[in-house]
Design a protein around this ligand. Sequence first.
Ligand SMILES: Cc1cc2nc3c(=O)[nH]c(=O)nc-3n(C[C@H](O)[C@H](O)[C@H](O)COP(=O)(O)OP(=O)(O)OC[C@H]3O[C@@H](n4cnc5c(N)ncnc54)[C@H](O)[C@@H]3O)c2cc1C
Length: 404
Amino acid sequence: MDYDYDIIIIGGGPAGASMARIAAQNGMSVMIYDKRKELGEPVRCGEGLGQREVLAQGIDLPRWCFSTEIHGAKVIAPNGKSITWKSKDTKGWVLERKMFDKWLVELAVEKGAKVKTYARVTDLVKKDGKIDGVMVSQWGKEPFEVRAPLVVSAEGMEAIVARKAGLKAMSTLYDVDTCYQYEMKPYDHENLIELYFGNKIAPRGYVWIFPKDAKKANVGIGIGAHLTNWKKGGNVDGADPKILMDRFIENHPQLKDSSVLQDFGGVISVGAPIESFVKDGFMCIGTAAKQVDPIHGGGIALAMETGILAAAIAKKAHGKKDYSEKALKEYESIWRAGPGKKMAKRLLLRKVMEEVNDDDLNHIFNTITDADLQKVMEGSFAGPVAKVVGGRPQLLRILKALIS
Ligand SMILES: Cc1cc2nc3c(=O)[nH]c(=O)nc-3n(C[C@H](O)[C@H](O)[C@H](O)COP(=O)(O)OP(=O)(O)OC[C@H]3O[C@@H](n4cnc5c(N)ncnc54)[C@H](O)[C@@H]3O)c2cc1C
C-alpha cells in the first residue's frame, strides 16, 4: 500500500501529542493535523494538573510551561465554612496551557513526528468501506487527501471525525458540564486550589479559583448542562454559568474589584467514556473518547496517559500490519481494566454526590476539621467518614460508593 504516513493524528492536544511522541519514538511515521492557527490557543481550561500524573510519564515539566506550583487545597461549603489542606511539597501545577500544549507537540517533533497547524480534517477517506486516510483543508483551502493505515481522533470534545467513523461520541446534557472562566488580577493567594460548593453557587458543579503567578487566578464555574437556561425544566430553571459566575465574583471580597484579563466558555464531559474506542483502522483517544474525570472534569492527565497506551498498541498493529478493530481493541481492554475502572467508580460517586444537598454539605464541613482532611489526603478515610456519617446516616450511601 502506498501510504503517506503510518499514523495520522487529528488534534495536537495532550492526547494527540503524547501518542505522536511515543509512536514516532517507536519508529512510526506520524502526522498531526490541528485546526488551530496556534497550538494551545485559545486556552479553554482551568489549567490545573496533578504532578504525579506527569512524573509517571517520565517527562520533566519545564518551568516556562506552568504558572504556579500548587501546595494544597481549600474547600468551601455553601455556608462559607472552609477546610484547608496544605503540603510543603508541590502537589501539582497551574499550567500555561498555550506553552504546555505546544511543548508536548515539540517533544513529538523532536522524536520525528510532523505537525501542520491551521489544518482541519474535514472527512475520512474510505477504501472498500475501510478507513484509509483523511481529507484535510489547510488555511481554509480546498481539502486534499492524505492516506494512512491508522487514523486517530484526538479531537477533544467535538469529536466530529470520530462520529463520522461511526463511534457514538455524543454526550447527553446530563453528562456534560457547561463552564465559564475568567483570568483575573489581582488575587492574593497561597498557592492553594480553592473549590466552592453549593446549589445556589454552582448547581451540580463547583466554582474553582486556581492560583497563577503575579497575583493572578483562573476563576471558573462548571454546572450541569441539563440545568442551564437553554434547557428549561431542570431543577434550577434558567441557570447560566456566566450569570452565576458574575454573582459569585460580586460577593467575593477579594475578587469583586479585580479585573478580567481573559474570558471564555466551554463544555466538558463528566459522564462515562464512549461505548467503543476503535474501528478498523481508527482509534479515538482522550477527551474525544470522553476519558475525563467525572467528578472534577479534569482530562489532561487522562489524555496523556491514554495517548501513550494507544501508541504502544499502534506499534503492535504496525509490526503485524494488522490495523483491524480486533487488533486495536487491545487498547480499549487495557484502558477499561485500568483508568476506566477508576473512572467508573468516580462516576458512581459523582452520581451519589449529586444527591447531597446544601444542608448535608454544611453538615460535612461543620463536622470535618483540617486535620481530618489531612488524614483523608493521606488515604485514611475511616475516622473522618465515621464522624460525618455518625450525625447523618443517609450519608452512608456516599461511604458505600467510596468503598465499593
Ligand atoms: C472550562 C474547562 C476547564 C477545564 N479545566 C481543566 C483543568 O483544570 N485540568 C484538566 O486536567 N482538565 C481541564 N479541562 C479538560 C481539558 O481541557 C481536556 O480534557 C483536555 O484538553 C483534553 O485533551 P485532548 O488532547 O484529549 O483534547 P484537546 O486538548 O481538546 O485537543 C484537541 C485538539 O484537536 C484539534 N481538533 C479538533 N477537531 C479537529 C479537526 N477536525 N481537525 C484538526 N484538528 C482538530 C483542536 O484544535 C485541539 O487542538 C477543562 C475543560 C474545560 C472546558
